[in-house]
Design a protein around this ligand. Structure first.
Ligand SMILES: [Zn+2]
Ligand SMILES: [Zn+2]
Length: 78
């Protein structure tokens, strides 16, 4: 499969990942990796991060949307 983001720019590159957001196949250049720590609740409602973190692969478009949402959330939070 070829990279979707490359294809729309009239280029051709072998895809190495699939975006979790939109399902597009992306090459190494267009793949964005985000680490996300899962949490578990210990005794007395203590939340602890689990190692290792999971990873989320996104295309450039979905990563930009995610970053925009994160920026908005931070702005609202204060
Ligand atoms: Zn690409
Ligand atoms: Zn995507």
């Amino acid at each position: 499969m070829n990279c979707f983001d490359c294809a729309i720019q009239d280029r051709s590159a072998q895809a190495v990942a699939v975006c979790t957001g939109c399902g597009a196949a992306v090459c190494l250049t267009h793949a964005h990796v985000t680490r996300r720590w899962l949490t578990t609740t210990m005794a007395i409602n203590r939340t602890v991060s689990v190692q290792p973190p999971t990873r989320t692969l996104r295309c450039a478009t979905c990563q930009a949307a995610h970053d925009a949402q994160a920026a908005t959330t931070h702005a609202t939070a204060g």
